[in-house]
Ligand binder design. Structure first.
Ligand SMILES: [Zn+2]
Length: 502
């Protein structure tokens, strides 16, 4: 009888498809021509399957409207960033990242080790960010040819391809720009050519939309380590002008990756590639592993994948672990918190896309001023990219990005207010005068500058005296929040009130 009770639940579990350990079904196919559409579908499945361990973000679009995806794996405060398929014909690298995503997530969920690396531990220390396909237009052109593009551009694409309709050799994006010759690290020295299937550096660094997204994300993620996967030659490009004081650290890390993967180290001479820029701009380790044996001017065949996996599976985990070690050495980690954020006029000015700053600069500013977590900053970036030109403060997505966001209740606007008017705000119960200060009660002018007012707490009233010399003519907004009662009850609803001084 006892046996029956033990067996029955496990049979039920099996029949209802809830696996007892591990996932029987593999999501990512590794032995095939792996397309943008397959990646999209796999990302959807993986996102569903692994809850908040994996999060998928749309972080912009290509010139032909394909999404640029960023994926988060893990929960750690240390961050590393791996990207793939800068070069169209090198989509084997996308398979590598997608397979990593699935295998690492699976090991996390089942609590298993991958040859000594405990994924549960590792992914609580380090978050691995992946951009599995930097160049989806190019990859699609390389795999499917002209049929995947509007007729109106066929002649131009053929011209970029030197008259050929066979796109197997294609490396660039669909505008004929080589995305890995777009970074300002030795860019000037690269020979200027014309749009082409390979090697065209563009008219300026960061010209291509795809590369702008990679740049922005690198600033936002601020990773300790980056890996940019390519496929030609079973080598690792590294060391583009690394500063002498970092050479020992970076040599040790590059040599370890080399030992684990069996790829030979080659010092970068050309420049203008992603990790060259990362080395120079961030002064941190960035490596460019070239996965396959050079197959000539075409893609590496997916039958090579098991070999690439064997060589890189652990090395990428080592890099995540190393990212954690490096982040631990930073003596003053940036404070990240979740303080309540009040949506006053300054918040609105800060959040809506600004012409004065580029998006990533704006996000870095917001991140600092509003103590955003990196994941929130990525959500904000994704929001900007999605609402392009039409971003509104009323978008409910904003409350998801800023979970503790509070809006002010609007009182009716007061017109024709005297320049020397003293506002008196009456409360229903006696107030704690310690909560009556400029952080909680303030007036902003129409330029969103603080007005130098005097705030006087009375028993159950607050007097707000005008600035010396009175208000200048104009529109002002008074904000009141977080005033406490003597029994420590906090004001329920923050309020704002506009007034006009003639
Ligand atoms: Zn490449």
């Amino acid at each position: 009888m006892g046996k029956l009770f033990i067996l029955l639940p496990s049979i039920l579990l099996f029949l209802t498809g809830i696996p007892v350990t591990g996932h029987a079904q593999k999501i990512v196919e590794t032995d095939t021509v792996y397309t943008y559409e397959m990646m999209q579908e796999d990302l959807r499945f993986l996102d569903q399957e692994y809850g908040d361990l994996i999060e998928v973000f749309e972080t912009g679009k290509t010139p032909y409207g394909r999404h640029l995806y960023l994926v988060k794996l893990g929960y750690g405060d240390a961050h590393v960033f791996y990207n793939a398929s800068h070069h169209a014909r090198e989509w084997l690298t996308t398979i590598l990242l997608m397979n990593m995503l699935e295998e690492y997530a699976k090991a996390y969920q089942t609590g298993s080790d991958i040859q000594g690396y405990n994924l549960k531990e590792l992914l609580h220390q380090t978050t691995i960010w992946m951009m599995p396909m930097v160049n989806p237009d190019g990859v699609t052109l390389q795999q499917k040819g002209l049929s995947a593009f509007p007729k109106s551009v066929h002649q131009q694409l053929i011209q970029f391809n030197e008259g050929s309709r066979d796109f197997k050799r294609w490396k660039a994006n669909a505008e004929g720009i080589d995305l890995n010759r777009q970074y300002p690290a030795g860019w000037e020295e690269i020979e200027a050519t014309r749009p082409s299937w390979k090697n065209y550096k563009g008219t300026r660094p960061f010209q291509a939309k795809e590369v702008q997204t990679v740049r922005d994300l690198t600033y936002i993620l601020d990773p300790q380590i980056t890996l940019a996967y390519h496929t030609a030659g079973q080598i690792i490009y590294w060391n583009y002008n690394i500063e002498p004081k970092f050479i020992e650290r970076d040599t040790r890390i590059a040599e370890t990756y080399s030992r684990m993967s069996g790829y030979r180290l080659v010092e970068t001479r050309t420049g203008s590639g992603y990790t060259d820029w990362f080395n120079v701009q961030f002064k941190r380790p960035g490596l460019t592993p070239e996965l396959g044996v050079y197959p000539g001017e075409r893609n590496v065949d997916p039958t090579y994948f098991p070999e690439a996996w064997k060589r890189n599976q652990l090395a990428a985990l080592y890099m995540a672990e190393e990212g954690f070690q490096l982040s631990e050495k930073i003596s003053n980690p940036r404070k990240e918190g979740n303080d309540v954020i009040y949506a006053d006029g300054r918040f609105e000015r800060d959040i809506l896309p600004s012409d004065a700053m580029s998006l990533y600069q704006q996000i870095l500013y917001i991140k600092r001023n509003y103590s955003l977590h990196i994941e929130q900053a990525v959500k904000l970036y994704s929001w900007y990219k999605g609402c392009e030109g039409k971003c509104s403060m009323n978008d409910p997505v904003l409350s998801a990005i800023f979970p503790p966001l509070k809006k002010f209740q609007q009182w009716e606007t007061k017109r024709t207010v005297n320049a020397f008017h003293t506002w008196k705000i009456k409360m229903n119960i006696p107030i704690d005068s310690n909560s009556v200060h400029g952080e909680n009660i303030y007036i902003l002018d129409s330029q969103l500058n603080r007005v130098d007012i005097q705030i006087v707490p009375l028993i159950d009233e607050i007097a707000i005296k005008p600035p010396k010399g009175g208000y200048k003519p104009g529109t002002y907004t008074l904000y009141i929040k977080e005033v406490r009662s003597r029994k420590n009850a906090v004001m329920k609803t923050p309020v704002e009130m506009q007034f006009r001084v003639e």
